[in-house]
Design a protein around this ligand. Structure first.
Ligand code: ATR
Length: 279
């Protein structure tokens, strides 16, 4: 029987997820569909009832429903519960189970591109303390890195992340001026704010004057692909990690939850980059 997948969000119609999941289905020879259900808040309960009646196999959840969806689920796996957000729902034997693949997808994309980051005692700085940063902090605080600091415009919001920490690692909460001063000590800097996102191409959340050449700067913004902060990092001789990797790898992890199949993402990563660059 054909696999029925989809995405719930508002707005959602420009999502690249149907394209990604179609590529995955083709690769592993599964016949199926991935439909965008752009759903206003008023229509959410009825849309979810329809999906249940129709026996959908699974769906992704995007803004603004990553928290709200939890009320409609039978189970929420440990990581998603801790993060407080669900981006993937698997429907098994009539039960809806919620997962969060944003953080683990992101971590896997780092492992594939920079395996050396996961050897030795590497220090991480996360810029931003929004929803995306929460999933990333949770994934990166599982013990591979001795220190994962967070810098945010409002420190109070970042302090809430401390309750997500399950392992004995160090986390300091900084403002951006402090982060700029201590930048050279970090091996990985992860930019998760919306600063630099289209149409604000000329914005950069912190200055990189003190960036070490051996650091890696990662930006989860993928529109544009080459953000101002990535450009600045590259000009300083550092390595960079583009935002579309997270988009692809969270989809790969969701697909594995739904089908049990692990897809190869290398060629899709290149195609996705071309697509986002408009080539
Ligand atoms: P997302 O789910 O994409 O992470 P979010 O939850 O709205 O989005 O979080 C946005 C992040 O971008 C926050 O860290 C926010 O900082 P505050 O917590 O201080 O609001 C950050 N952000 C947004 N606009 C910013 C700006 N102009 N300067 C600095 N940080 C900004």
């Amino acid at each position: 029987m054909a696999l029925t997948l989809g995405l719930i969000g508002y707005p959602a119609k420009h999502s690249l997820s149907p394209w990604l999941h179609s590529a995955f289905m083709d690769q592993v020879g599964i016949d199926g569909t991935y439909t965008i259900y752009e759903t206003s808040p008023e229509a959410l309960p009825s849309q979810l009832s329809k999906l249940k009646e129709n026996g959908v196999d699974g769906f992704n959840v995007t803004v603004p429903y990553k928290q709200t969806i939890m009320e409609y689920l039978d189970e929420v796996e440990h990581a998603a519960k801790n993060i407080g957000a669900v981006n993937t729902v698997a429907c098994r034997d009539g039960k809806w189970i919620g997962y969060n693949t944003d953080g683990i997808g992101y971590k896997q994309s780092l492992k594939d591109s920079f395996p050396s980051l996961f050897t030795g005692q590497k220090n991480v700085l996360i810029l931003g303390a929004g929803g995306a940063a929460r999933g990333i902090y949770y994934a990166l605080s599982q013990g591979e890195f001795p220190k994962v600091d967070i810098a945010n415009r409002t420190k109070e919001k970042a302090k809430e992340f401390l309750s997500l920490k399950e392992k004995q690692i160090e986390t300091n909460i900084l403002d951006y001026a402090e982060a700029e001063r201590t930048l050279s000590q970090y091996d990985l800097i992860v930019q998760t704010t919306s600063v630099g996102m289209k149409p604000n191409y000329d914005q950069q959340v912190i200055d990189l004057t003190r960036l070490s050449k051996v650091s890696i700067v990662s930006d989860i913004v993928y529109q544009p692909i080459q953000t101002k902060i990535l450009e600045a990092a590259q000009n300083r001789g550092a390595q960079i990690h583009h935002g579309h990797a997270m988009l692809l790898y969270q989809a790969q992890a969701a697909f594995e939850i739904w089908t049990g199949k692990q897809v190869q993402v290398d060629s899709i990563l290149l195609d996705l980059e071309k697509r986002l660059r408009g080539d």
